[in-house]
Ligand binder design. Sequence first.
Ligand SMILES: [Zn+2]
Length: 342
Amino acid sequence: MKESQLPSSSVKKNEDEIWKRCWGMMVPPAVKMHIWRACHNLLPTKDNLFRRGVCADQICPLCLRDTETVIHITWECPSANDVWGGSIVKLQKCSTNGGSFRQLFSDVLRRCEKREVELFSVTARKIWMRRNRVVHGGLFQHPNQVLKEAEVGLEDFRRLNVPTSHQEDHAAEADIARWQPPPPNTVKINWDAAVDPYNKSIGLGVIARDERGKFLVAYSKHQWIDVEPVIAEALAALHAIILCQEENFQNVVFEGDSLQVVQAINSDSQCNSKYGHLIEDIKKGTRSLASSIFTHVKRSANEAANALAAMARTHVTDIVRWDFTPHSIGGIVSREELSSPS
Ligand SMILES: [Zn+2]
């Protein structure tokens, strides 16, 4: 059934739901405003300006071929395709059904989880900003750079806007995964990486805690290299192994939020990717341990390592070993320790 055939009360309910979810996103206010304006066809596209008589043509300034509507410049233009083509698969599968940006956004809301909707929204605004730069004589940004800027920007925003416990109560996000302590006589090591594509550097974070959630030791490491996030993640996992060997931890649970890396480590077959040598070193390292397991967790259950990596990305100190909880992750570590069953 087309939207126009729906009873008006259903359309209204659907609209309300869209705006509730739009304003509930954890993204900068400018992004919410952009999505709202895009859904209401309020962006100054060439098509809109032409209709108001302030522009001589409607032609898209990027492909120089089609009419520049909101949906064209954000989604249908080949220049936008190149950006979304590198994005997560779920977003690539969304469609407009030949309709407007509002229909596309509805489909994104229907198919994707909250964090994916947020990534979509930030990316959509980045695409619009890139278009504006070109219109004002600036350089055309590479699609990968648009995506990276969206991802890094969103990650930084989330890190600086961790909800207070009061807000968390009301966030209706009871399904968010939380850090859990390891079984008795076992150490849990969380690892993560943060990439800064502009400065061509990465930050690695590794933290070890015991069965009661007590801090044991941590590593943070900054490196000047230009690598893809997955390679940085593999490097962080390797440092988790190195920390283990140095501390002589024997029974260890390793946790990271890179599914790709965890799957490669757990696979029996040889990893033939670019980071295959790192995976093989990690596998070799685990053989010297009495017992070990590599598991994948959601980022919300990997917060301490995530924050350490983000800190290391901006602190140009090669490697720091922490025998006490670093100040920047003190809040996270004590919260997770307190919520661990004693
Ligand atoms: Zn175009």
